[in-house]
Design a protein around this ligand. Structure first.
Ligand code: BES
Ligand code: ZN
Length: 646
């Protein structure tokens, strides 16, 4: 039973009224003009209220951040000053920021730095604490002196042992969705954009990069300066500190990675420029000048994170044969969908991810052809089908437009936004024709560049400029069923791959007892392997597991996707020969997408759960908190926590 939160509703109503007044009589002020490209275009999206921020952007909002921080590895603290330019639209006496796991030392206002009152109010797990600061109606500058706590969720502090080279420590941030506030006090909402500059001081053996203009070499004194001229939301601020180097992959792109990884990374991602050219040709100019990528240590909890100008990536996509580069195509695509036109709130997450998966597949089609891309589509479709099955066909979290109300956003941000979102856009493409749809998208990215986009704003725009009252077309697309309805609508495109049909035959052959050598697997690419492994029966005898393993060296595969899919069978069938390799993988890799299914599988039987807990005991310290929260849940943290410490 859901009891509406009256306090919140009345607050929202007042807010909406206030915004209405502001929009109608003060439109000029809402359009912040700072002179850089994005700022001229930036405008608040007043129709979407973000429930995950304490900020009230309609009253007083940040427009620029100047960060001056020092990174201290010994006590796991970032400390320094965040100076904000603000616009006090409503001439209020208070401005609100988000903080979490941060200590505030003092706050001053104005260029002259006049001490002002502040308070940290309340606490909610995934919201953190509200920072209220007393300002004057004419205040334009706010300086916040702060330091982070060692447990700040956005930060992962790695010891030298946890890096590849093992010589120096490493630090990286993960700000999406609501973690930026744990390393910078900020107005942490996807609907609030600001430019930033930063000065960062680190031990002089280390290098620093951010989601901004970046150095390509170490500085002599450990001091680095950064600038991000385009306005971005807080979740896109990022920092990495470590002993890494740079290698160019083209005139506007390159990779950062630890010394022994950088050549392999530059080789693996050698197509960055071609990918950029492909999207630019379709959807207009790349607006962030450079596109670089940093390969992080293996604990990084995601495949990739689209920090502007500098994608953060897991080393598990370096397979040696470029077969996992669709992750890079994905993160690059966010330079249009997500970073340029941004989900207004986390309920509109599909506006970031659904569009991005759609774009990712278009890049892959340009570079690798339609038949290859159909394999990627079908793998995505199968993931979606199992997510829907798991969540239940009528579950409201299977709608594209989410209603997260008061839940941890991390919980409901699922495959749905990605795969159902991309399928919906494919439906539109097929209904209006690719040419018209591409024109529409190009115009969309241009018109709404550096703005936030709610689901409703997008749908209105699409109705006005694409559907234009064509009732038959509207019916064919059936927007409501896709966006506000559960599961997969009737007009869902059929996703087929002729290359997978060949693999299906191999599955039948092998299951009916034929020898592994006869399957023609020598020709298979990574995706054919994945399809094969995903469609093997649940129960396989040890003899047949051994046969597969010996024929194809699966337990020693250097391809993270293949080995992770194989390990599912290893666990299901208690193929203990490969448990050492399983353990090695789980201790080293922190990517949640691999960890969660493997620990879930381990948790299914008593004996394997013991194995899982023993592995987790060795591995947990290597994982980012984003991953440990999930795995704690799978293994039942309350039951096992006493086992985790000696
Ligand atoms: N922006 C996401 C990562 C993310 C989503 C972080 C939600 C925090 C909250 C990123 O673009 C992404 O989707 N990464 C995927 C890879 C992609 C190819 C589907 C991942 O990490 O698995
Ligand atoms: Zn994404």
């Amino acid at each position: 039973m859901c009891i509406p939160n009256l306090a919140r509703i009345s607050h929202s109503l007042i807010y909406i009224l206030l915004l209405g007044i502001l929009v109608s009589c003060n439109q000029e002020d809402d359009q912040r003009k700072v002179g850089s490209e994005g700022m001229e275009n930036a405008e608040y999206n007043m129709d979407a209220i973000d429930q995950y921020t304490y900020a009230r952007p309609g009253e007083a909002v940040v427009t620029h951040l100047d960060l001056d921080i020092k990174v201290n590895f010994a006590n796991k603290k970032i400390s320094g000053k965040a100076t904000y330019q603000i616009t006090n639209h409503a001439e209020v006496n208070k401005i609100f920021f988000d903080t979490k796991q941060i200590d505030i030392e003092s706050v001053t206002i104005g260029e002259e730095g006049k001490e002002t009152e502040f308070a940290l109010v309340g606490y909610k797990d995934f919201m953190g604490r509200k920072l209220e600061i007393a300002i004057d109606p004419e205040t334009e500058v706010v300086n916040i002196y702060y330091s982070t706590r060692p447990e700040a969720i956005a930060l992962q502090w790695l010891s030298p042992q946890q890096t590849v080279e093992k010589g120096q420590p490493f630090l990286y941030t993960q700000s999406e969705p609501t973690y930026a506030r744990s390393w910078i006090p900020t107005q942490d909402s996807p609907g609030i954009r600001f430019t930033y500059s930063a000065r960062v001081e680190v031990p002089k053996e280390l290098m620093v990069v951010m989601s901004a203009s970046n150095p390509q070499e170490k500085s002599a004194n450990g001091i680095y300066n950064f600038e991000m001229k385009q306005p971005i939301p807080g979740y896109l601020i990022a920092l990495a500190v470590g002993d890494f180097r740079f290698k160019a992959t083209g005139p506007r792109s390159g990779v950062y990675a630890e010394a022994s990884v950088v050549d392999a990374a530059a080789q693996e991602f050698g197509e960055l420029e071609e990918m950029m050219d492909a999207v630019e040709k379709l959807y207009g100019p790349y607006r962030w000048e450079r596109y670089d990528l940093i390969v992080l240590p293996p604990s990084f909890p995601f495949g990739g994170m689209e920090n502007p100008r500098l994608t953060f990536a897991t080393p598990t996509i370096i397979a040696g044969d470029r077969s996992l580069v669709s992750v890079v195509a994905h993160e690059l695509s966010h330079s249009w969908s997500g970073n340029l036109v941004t989900s207004a709130t986390w309920n509109d997450f599909w506006i970031n991810e659904g569009f991005t998966v759609y774009l990712e597949r278009r890049i892959m089609e340009e570079l690798y052809g339609a038949s290859y891309t159909r394999m990627l589509r079908l793998i995505g479709y199968q993931d979606l089908e199992s997510t829907i099955e798991l969540m239940g066909e009528t579950n409201a979290d299977t709608h594209l437009k989410l209603q997260l109300d008061g839940r941890d956003p991390d919980e409901a941000l699922t495959d749905i936004a990605y795969e159902k979102g991309a399928l919906f856009l494919q439906v539109v493409e097929e209904a209006v024709g690719r040419e018209r749809w591409d024109d529409y998208l190009k115009n969309y990215f241009d018109k709404f560049a550096f703005q936030s986009m709610s689901t409703e704003k997008f749908l209105d725009h699409m109705r006005e400029t694409l559907i234009k009252g064509d009732a038959a077309l509207a019916k064919q697309i059936n927007i409501d069923a896709w966006v506000y309805g559960p599961g997969l609508p009737d007009n869902c495109p059929v996703v087929k791959s002729e290359r997978f049909e060949v693999v299906d035959e191999a599955v039948v052959k092998w299951t009916s007892g034929e020898n592994a050598e006869t399957l023609g697997a020598g020709e298979w690419t990574t995706h054919e392997w994945l399809h094969f492994l995903r469609h093997l029966p649940n129960e396989i005898s040890v003899e047949r597991m051994t046969e597969l393993d010996q024929s194809f060296k699966l337990s020693n595969s250097q391809n993270s996707e293949i080995i992770a899919a194989w390990f599912i069978h290893v666990i299901k069938n208690n193929y203990e020969v490969a448990y050492d390799e399983l353990e090695e993988f789980l201790v080293k890799v922190g990517r949640r997408k691999f960890l969660a299914p493997l620990y879930k599988e381990l948790a299914k039987t008593e004996a394997n759960k013991k194995v899982g807990i023993a592995i987790y005991k060795k591995a947990r310290l290597n994982y980012h908190q984003i991953s440990t929260v999930t795995i704690d849940g799978i293994l039942g943290w309350e039951d096992i926590r006493y086992l985790m410490h000696d």
